[in-house]
Write a protein that binds this ligand. Sequence first.
Ligand SMILES: Cc1cc2nc3c(=O)[nH]c(=O)nc-3n(C[C@H](O)[C@H](O)[C@H](O)COP(=O)(O)O)c2cc1C
Length: 192
Amino acid sequence: MGFDIAVLYGSSRTERVGIRAARFVVGKLRERGHEATLLEPLEYELPPLDYRYYEYEEGRAPERIERVAEVLKRAEAYVFVTGEYNHGIPPMLKNMIDHFLYLYFFKPSGIVSYSTGNFGGVREAVQLRATLGEIGTVSIPTMLPVPRVDRSFDEDGKPRDERYHDRITQFLDELEWYADALKRKRAEGTPY
Ligand SMILES: Cc1cc2nc3c(=O)[nH]c(=O)nc-3n(C[C@H](O)[C@H](O)[C@H](O)COP(=O)(O)O)c2cc1C
């Protein structure tokens, strides 16, 4: 069964590298029959936070905000592909999270963290998980850390290290399980 899945990536740097991991995830999701949308700052140009989305009257949010909101509303699961900036959450990713509090509620998410160093962004991933709890998405147990992201994937997101085909399997199996379970439960109603 295919799900609608949003992949959130938060670097707008000219020389950004993590986009490779994001493209890899999008490709794998599509291979598995899902509808995957890559939300990334250079394409979506989400403005810095002013009002949160729910503070706008319906239909009155700026178009660039509405466009992202539509993808997040439609999504039945999320994958956060995240770098580690000074051991913390990259600001453009945090901006995307902070705009849209209620849209993530009662849906699952997975974290793919990366860095060009040896630790694959795990220090940041733990912080991100605390934030994901606050925005109401259920963070799945398995994380996928990607060390040396610049060497692990080519520009198009094709693994140079073939082990990534196996490494992502458990991560996506879990995400699908939670997407299915929570979708069924949402169909019975949510507390709010
Ligand atoms: C502002 C900034 C802070 C960084 N801090 C860390 C860090 O704390 N730990 C780490 O392993 N790498 C760190 N790096 C290196 C990043 O892992 C590497 O630049 C990576 O490619 C950034 O992701 P991006 O290319 O998708 O923007 C930092 C890079 C930048 C630009």
